[in-house]
Ligand binder design. Structure first.
Ligand SMILES: [Zn+2]
Length: 194
C-alpha cells in the first residue's frame, strides 16, 4: 500500500482527530532533466518545468503516516510538537519537548475519493468550478485555517510568489516563472466512514 506522509505540525491536530480529509501536494518536481538528451530538449524541459502525474487515484487505499522517512518504524510522537518522544526513543537528541499525548507513526488507512489539480498563488487559487477556497482550507486543516491561513502556509513552504531554480545549463540558471504554482489535491475518507 502506498503511503501519504505528513510532517507539518500546523495540521497535526486535524490529523489526530481525523477531521483532515484532504492533502495538497506539489504537481512539479525539483529535478534536473536528463542531460543526455539534445540540449534544445533539455532547455525546453527546464523552461516548462517538470509536471508530475498524480501519485494516487480515486478508490485507492493509502496509509497515512507521520514523518515516514525521517523516523524509524514504530516511533511514537508528541501530539503537541510532533517530535519523536524521548520517552520511547532514548537515543533521540531532541530536547525541550512538551510531552503531549503519544501517538503512533501509522495514523490509519484512508480511501482516496477524488483527485484534481489547482493553481495557487499568494492570494488566489484557480480550482475546479463548484468548489470554494473556504472548503479547500477547511478540508486541509480540519477547520483550523481560513483561506488566508492556507495561502500563507503554502507561500512559506513553496514560495508562491518567487521563482524556483530548476536547472543549470552552462552556468546559466533557469528558474520557473514568478507567480502561482500547481498542486495536486487529494481528498480522502476514513474506511467505513463518509
Ligand atoms: Zn512535544
Amino acid at each position: 500500500m502506498k503511503v501519504l506522509s505528513f510532517s507539518a505540525v500546523e495540521i497535526l491536530p486535524a490529523l489526530l482527530d481525523k477531521s483532515k480529509t484532504q492533502t495538497i501536494r506539489p504537481a512539479w518536481k525539483d529535478k534536473h532533466p536528463q542531460w543526455d538528451k539534445e540540449p534544445s530538449k533539455c532547455i525546453k524541459e527546464i523552461r516548462e518545468g517538470f509536471e508530475t502525474k498524480p501519485r494516487f487515484q480515486p478508490k485507492e487505499q493509502v496509509t497515512l503516516m507521520w514523518k515516514q522517512r525521517t523516523s524509524p518504524k514504530g516511533s511514537q510522537f508528541c501530539s503537541i510538537c510532533g517530535n519523536r518522544s524521548a520517552l520511547h526513543s532514548p537515543d533521540t537528541e531532541e530536547t525541550g519537548c512538551c510531552q503531549g499525548r503519544l501517538f503512533p507513526k501509522i495514523l490509519g488507512i484512508v480511501e482516496i475519493e477524488s483527485v484534481f489539480q489547482i493553481e495557487m498563488g499568494k492570494n488566489h487559487i484557480i480550482m475546479p468550478e463548484g468548489d470554494t477556497e473556504i472548503n479547500l482550507a477547511k478540508r486541509d486543516s480540519g477547520g483550523l485555517w481560513t483561506p488566508q491561513d492556507m495561502f500563507n502556509w503554502f507561500d512559506r513552504k513553496y514560495h508562491l510568489g518567487e521563482p524556483t531554480i530548476i536547472g543549470k545549463i552552462r552556468r546559466k540558471i533557469f528558474k520557473t516563472q514568478y507567480g502561482p504554482k500547481r498542486f495536486w489535491v487529494y481528498r480522502f475518507k476514513r474506511e467505513g466512514k463518509r
